[in-house]
Design a protein around this ligand. Sequence first.
Ligand SMILES: [Zn+2]
Ligand SMILES: [Zn+2]
Ligand SMILES: [Zn+2]
Length: 436
Amino acid sequence: MEFVTDLHLHSKYSRAVSPSMTLPFMAAWAVKKGIDVLSATDFTHPLWFKEIKALLEEDGEGVYKLKNIDNKTKFMLSTEIASIFKQGEKLRRIHNLLFAPNLEIAEKINKELIRRGCNIASDGRPIVGLSSKQLLEMALSIDKKVILIPCHVWTPHFGLYGSASGFDTIEEAFGDLSKYIYGIETGISSDPFMNWQIPELEKRAILSFSDAHSAPKMGREATVFKLPKLSYSEFGKALAMLDEESKVSHTIEFYPEEGKYHYTGHRNCGVSLSPKDVKEKGAICPVCKRKLIEGVMFRVQQVAGREVSTDEPIPQPDENGVNWIKDPKNIHPPFVKLVPLLEIVAEGLDSTTSSEKVKMLFDKLCDELGSELKVLLKTPLDDIKRVGGERVAEGVLKVRRGDISITPGFDGEYGKVAIWSASSGERASRDGSDKI
Ligand SMILES: [Zn+2]
Ligand SMILES: [Zn+2]
Ligand SMILES: [Zn+2]
């Protein structure tokens, strides 16, 4: 069976997160979006953990669902921890996800963090002084089943491979515990293809989640697992890439160019360079003559330690016209790049994602046709046309085919995707507030 999962989310107790991020609200949106399993998230936060315990009940090994509410969404337990520490004379800021096999273990992790002086009540995503390795060591000493996944690994300031405060290898960050790092989360600015080219990721799972700070953003990136049944153990087996029975089936991606740090550049100088440009012209700003802010693409090349291809394999369309990108080495699962349906509708109606008519049509499409992911990937175009009109159907087809135009993001400036290139190329609606 396939399970669409989004296992990196934040609750209303995390900074800059919508106050409506509560478990029932998230579950309602998961149905609309077509996500089967959500992270109950932020389990380190004492008040939120109380809510988790009060609202969820066990529904399988390491799997939870809402008590007394008719909603099919399942939850698993994960939390994000920001580590700030010094290693190798360099200040490091690294974000990691911790997955707990059940509430008891999650509680033990929380208690141990408190015992070690961490202020876990400060935020849903607490900042701790433990290194990434110390955090993993601590988690494993509580239970060997706890899984640590470095998240949004390419963001310059908080990623494992980040150019500003990260590492060059998993080994450098985790030493002899590297073997317990079964996978990484790619983050919005990079897609699996770039990660396939990193030698040490060849035997590791490449995961995508949304890191959403509001419910409508959930599932914008997601990992689809193929498991005999949904359980924490099967999830662990899939990450460890042990057999064909339990595995990552595919991932759903944002266009990485939309991320804030795809290209190298200077926002104030209006300079944006591709890795090829950087190689030819250097990483010095032609306007202000200072060093440019390195983009993810350039950093991927550095970490790979070899020439990295920026030309993705030619996509292979399925029977619905969806373009799949497949690993030529057949090691990693395929992925698809999508634009959120709300944005397709907004551009199709020449409006914004916050307009009522756009939201109403989005709801109608999801309700009548199943879910957002179904509309984007599977629904016949005639049905989309019937419910959403010709232009929305055309927009979905263009997204399925990858027939859209993109201006890559750089130096904190979001990239811009336009489905109809004749349009302005900049949808006023794009808030991107929690895009990295
Ligand atoms: Zn983070
Ligand atoms: Zn996060
Ligand atoms: Zn400059």
